[in-house]
Design a protein around this ligand. Structure first.
Ligand code: CA
Length: 675
């Protein structure tokens, strides 16, 4: 292995078409290679090997995680996956440092460093059309991002991208935690894909996806003792489509897959229409001609995966916030009281509940237009104002892309009606909207998202998306964007007992996969044992109370629609309600402590000077936890646990030892929370 590394160093020195790019700490690498006109890369991390001879420098050993993987783009003017000629390239001489503030995410003040490399390529068609492709790689410690930029040197200033050769080759013995891409136009009122199918858990990467359309981002892979790889995309705007991963070939190659033709009721292209960057394009040149970033997070442990900020590191804010947007905890009648609760009297009860809990908002869900009406809504808005609660309002994104019947409809699908609606919302103090039933990942739909966010900002309104795709850097790109569902969310607790049986297992998967690359609007923390408006009806929750409280820490979303109901105020132990009264939804720091996807997780998050730690056991059997929490060393904390039977929740004041030891035998589907 060592000799191979040496030989490859010699090889790199001899050819201009091969480059090795290292992260600032020199422990993450990408090898780029142009061979016979075809561009490819491989990537991994490096371990330092002690020198054998005394006094010699230590050597490094490459640990490959992504094997020889293709690069390139298929366009209507040229095939940029073959016959490429290298024209010029540039490598940053020293690491590029950036610091930025992220209002909502895992961390608020972010400081990162990367090394950048780009190279420009022509094709045989360039002589005629003047179009060049530039590939750009940014290599951070444990993170890699790459994208393509198309440059205009002739008359052609617009191209159509039909697909990408961009691939990710894994060793065939790797396993996957991935979610299949659904068929289009199936499910509830033909609203899929909604990016909420059932995962495969630690299964071979060559497993065929349920619908044969591949896998939804983000995708987590386990390479045994070597470690973990997370693959995703970020920076998707109305200038491109969203994508996903294909099924793997028998030799382990996943490639970027574009939307399916049937999405959006078959309307709109599956490709992307792209304006080129050139010397005459001056404003906004940074984002012109770019494809979205393909991102890879890798390392020997799960820590870089859970803590990654790459989705936000490589994007920029696309407009200024019109007001100062803040996190919001909302009550939400629909989750357990369902459609019948979308009436004036029940909404008053949930506005009162928000006021009693000291929460910021109350979400009035689908059906209000018919059942409450605009006049009734204005009365509710006035009542909210009186109680110091901000209203949030549900909308159907339709439009003409599916049959979802809930109202209000035809209010958010184009800019003219949207602005009228938002003017009304702003006038009555509405702080946010939840827009549902989007139509997939075509560029057509990405333009809808972008227009929606941008218009809402003009009226000081935040946006939660439901029945939608995963966000792609949007927390930073669109300052009033709040969160997205794109997960098998809490509504399924009401719909299916089978989902209740799996709730704990799913909850210990999401912080490792779905929630690593974007805010996740799950709508959780149900404290009722029976999940229904009536006391002895509905599905039975299997998780413990402290487990539910812990998910408020584990699931990241700056807007949380929690599943608490008025009954909880009198039925739950006081300490549970006290916890929910003060748990924040925005975080200054996130620290992965221990865990394994779908089994358990110990996660610490900081808000201001206070740390919140959850240890969730997603399994049926007891999980022993023995970790140190340096951030809580020697400190007094409130320690919530479920008792040895898992059914006796209690709160105690405990002072941790000087190492910050957290030792506990956590019963199945139970948790420990420290704060
Ligand atoms: Ca859903």
């Amino acid at each position: 292995m060592k000799r191979t590394a040496l030989l490859s160093l010699l090889f790199f020195a001899l050819t201009a078409n091969a480059e090795k790019i290292l992260s600032p700490d020199k422990l993450t690498y990408v090898d780029i290679n142009l061979d016979n006109g075809r561009l490819s890369y491989s990537a991994g991390y490096r371990t330092v090997v002690k020198a054998k001879k005394k006094g010699a420098l230590p050597d490094t050993l490459d640990v490959p995680m992504l094997l020889n993987s293709p690069l390139g783009v298929y366009t209507n003017v040229a095939d940029f996956s073959k016959n490429l000629t290298y024209l010029q390239g540039k490598k940053s001489e020293k690491p590029i440092r950036q610091t930025y503030h992220l209002r909502q995410g895992k961390q608020s003040e972010i400081s990162t460093e990367y090394n950048e490399y780009y190279a420009v390529y022509s094709t045989p068609e360039t002589k005629r059309n003047g179009v060049l492709m530039r590939v750009c790689f940014r290599v951070f410690n444990n993170n890699i991002a790459y994208h393509y930029k198309f440059l205009q040197t002739g008359e052609t200033s617009a191209i159509v991208v039909n697909g990408e050769a961009s691939g990710f080759r894994l060793p065939t013995d790797a396993t996957a935690f991935i979610c299949p891409q659904s068929d289009p136009m199936i499910g509830w009122k033909r609203t899929k894909p909604s990016y909420e199918e059932g995962y495969i858990w630690d299964e071979p990467i060559t497993t065929r996806s349920q619908y044969g359309h591949g896998w939804t981002f983000p995708c987590l892979f386990h390479e045994g003792n070597k470690g973990w790889v997370l693959i995703s995309e970020t920076g998707v705007t109305g200038n491109y489509c969203g994508s996903h991963l294909s099924d793997a070939t028998p030799d382990g190659l996943f490639t970027i897959a574009f939307p399916m033709e049937g999405e959006n009721n078959g309307f709109g292209s599956t490709g992307a229409q792209l304006g080129l960057a050139g010397s005459k394009v001056t404003p906004h040149a940074d984002i012109t001609g770019n494809t979205p970033w393909r991102t890879i997070t890798l390392g020997p442990t799960l820590k870089p995966i859970v803590e990654t900020t790459v989705a936000w590191d490589v994007v920029e804010p696309l407009y200024e916030p019109s007001i100062e947007y803040k996190g919001s905890r909302n009550t939400w009648s629909w989750i357990l009281w369902q459609d019948a609760s979308i009436n004036y009297d029940d909404q008053i009860k949930f506005i009162d509940l928000a006021a009693d809990l000291g929460w910021e908002g109350c979400l009035i869900d689908g059906g209000w237009y018919e059942n409450i009406g605009r006049e009734g809504m204005e009365k509710l808005f006035a009542y909210c104002k009186q109680k110091g609660v901000s209203p949030w309002v549900w909308y159907n994104s339709n439009g003409g892309w599916n049959d979802a019947p809930q109202c209000a409809r035809q209010c958010m699908h184009n800019s003219i009606v949207r602005k009228q609606e938002m003017k009304w919302l702003q006038k009555h103090g509405v702080k946010g909207i939840k827009v549902d039933f989007f139509a997939g990942d075509k560029q057509e739909t990405m333009r809808l998202y972008e227009g929606l966010f941008s218009d809402a900002n003009d009226y000081g309104i935040q946006v939660i998306c439901h029945g939608c795709t995963m966000p792609r850097g949007w927390e930073r790109m669109y300052p009033n964007y709040c969160s997205s569902e794109a997960v098998l969310a809490s509504e399924n607790l009401y719909f299916s007992q089978d989902f209740c049986e799996m709730e704990a297992r799913h909850a210990t998967l999401h912080p490792f996969v779905r929630n690593t690359t974007g805010s996740m609007e799950y709508g959780g923390t149900a404290l009722q044992r029976r999940l229904h408006k009536e006391p002895n009806k509905g599905n039975t929750r299997r998780t413990s109370d402290v487990f539910e409280l812990g998910t408020a820490i584990a699931f990241q979303s700056s807007g949380q629609n929690f599943a608490l109901t008025p009954r909880n105020l009198t039925e739950q132990p006081k300490f549970e309600i006290d916890f929910m009264k003060q748990v924040p939804t925005t975080w200054d720091e996130t620290c992965f402590v221990d865990g394994y996807p779908g089994r358990y997780i110990v996660l610490a998050r900081r808000n201001g000077s206070r740390w919140y730690v959850c240890a969730l056991n997603g399994q049926k059997q007891v999980q022993n936890i023995n970790v140190t929490l340096p951030m809580l060393a020697g400190k007094q904390v409130t320690w919530l646990s479920d008792g040895t039977d898992g059914k006796s929740p209690s709160a105690q004041q405990v002072t941790l030892d000087k190492r910050g030891t957290l030792r506990a035998d956590i019963p199945g589907e139970c948790a420990v929370v420290l704060y």
